[in-house]
Write a protein that binds this ligand. Structure first.
Ligand SMILES: *Cc1c(COP(=O)(O)O)cnc(C)c1O
Length: 367
């Protein structure tokens, strides 16, 4: 029986990486300083440089990064925030948690990213922000989305949880809006060994407010200027992230090479591939998603060939039980709905072997 092609293979990471991480962990333990210390400062500096942002604030998760940013902007009850229903629910949960109303725009079916035209139709007098998700690692249409937000005086927020190092027209994602939210959940392109996240921004006032919010709303020790929260990035995770960051570029190249082989090799007319970007730097291939009409049958076929597959996402946000009060585009959400009913994610982790990649292509084409 062939070995299963799995969705992630952390066990295949290089021995040198494991050794460097263990060394980093020992150093943190020996330092006796576990929260908001030198490792967090170092990682924040490194990450903001990689993102070409003025600054970075490490937080506890991607969800917290999104939520804290909205709080800093004063977005809350009565305000509307436009986003896509085709995302990790955390994007929407951040809007709900600050008391604002999620408003769903439809996607562009060729990329599954939010459709700028649909965003235009969702704008009302209450609209305060648009949260753009660079879904699956692909930079969304930032030219159109930036233009909409600037001309309407609406805040632009970027959910970069799947898009580490992705670029739009040569400019890094995360630098188009007021702030970017990053997740370092273990399976993201850059992951910690637990939950972690960050906010980057080019607005230094915004960054200092975010710094207060993540630490009980303190300006100085025991002086509280806002009702903040506890969402600090741990020293252990920051130290691990700094080590793993040195691998990110080569992991991203691996993902791009696998995606190129899929785009070249999968030619089954029953499988629709998402649009291949003309410029490969626009995509960091966090996920490789295809669309099929008979999804269950296709996934069973892959399983028979010992290939894992997943669905991102089977239920669009506006159909979730937890959604509560929300609005949707006056033109409806037909593309989001049909995408959620047909999408399948193929394995694309950076440690796949050449023969595993070929097995996925062969299995797709033999369906
Ligand atoms: C993972 C993810 C999040 C949430 O990040 P956490 O660190 O798990 O809180 C938000 N948005 C998107 C698009 C994600 O993929």
């Amino acid at each position: 029986m062939p070995e299963t092609v799995r969705f992630n293979e952390f066990a295949r990471e290089p021995a040198a990486l494991r050794a460097a991480q263990l060394d980093a962990v020992c150093k943190v333990m020996d330092s006796g300083w576990y929260v908001l210390g030198q490792n967090v400062c170092n990682f924040e500096a490194e990450w903001s440089i990689r993102c070409q942002s003025t600054g970075c604030v490490g937080v506890a998760s991607g969800l917290d990064a999104l939520e804290i940013g909205l709080r800093v902007l004063g977005i809350g009850l009565g305000d509307e925030v436009i986003t896509t229903p085709l995302t990790a629910y955390a994007t929407v949960l951040a809007i709900q948690r600050v008391g604002a109303t999620p408003v769903f725009a439809d996607i562009d079916p060729s990329t599954a990213c939010i459709c700028p035209d649909s965003v235009r139709h969702c704008i009302s007098a209450q609209t305060k922000a648009v949260i753009v998700v660079h879904l699956y690692g692909r930079a969304a249409d930032m030219a159109a989305l930036s233009e909409i937000c600037t001309s309407q005086g609406i805040e632009l927020v970027e959910d970069c949880a799947q898009a580490h190092l992705s670029q739009y027209a040569g400019q890094p994602v995360g630098t188009f809006g007021r702030y970017a939210a990053w997740s370092f959940y273990p399976t993201k392109n850059l992951g910690a060994i637990g939950d972690a996240g960050a906010i980057t921004s080019n607005d230094s006032d915004f960054l200092s407010s975010a710094q207060q919010f993540r630490n009980y709303g303190q300006s100085d020790r025991y002086h509280h200027v806002v009702a903040g929260q506890n969402s600090r990035l741990d020293e252990l995770h920051a130290a691990i992230l700094s080590v793993r960051l040195s691998y990110l570029e080569s992991w991203t190249n691996s993902r791009r090479n696998i995606a190129a082989r899929y785009w070249d090799g999968i030619n089954n007319p029953k499988i629709r591939l998402l649009l291949r970007p003309a410029d490969p730097t626009q995509h960091v291939n966090h996920l490789f998603v295809v669309c099929v009409a008979y999804r269950e049958h296709f996934m069973q076929h892959l399983a028979k060939h010992h290939i894992q597959s997943l669905i991102h996402y089977p239920v669009p946000a506006h159909k979730q039980e937890a959604i509560g009060f929300h609005k949707i585009s006056p033109q409806g959400l037909q593309f989001s709905l049909s995408h959620s009913q047909t999408c399948v994610s193929l394995p694309i982790h950076p440690h796949m072997t050449g023969s595993e990649i070929q097995r996925v292509i062969t299995a797709c084409n033999s369906w």
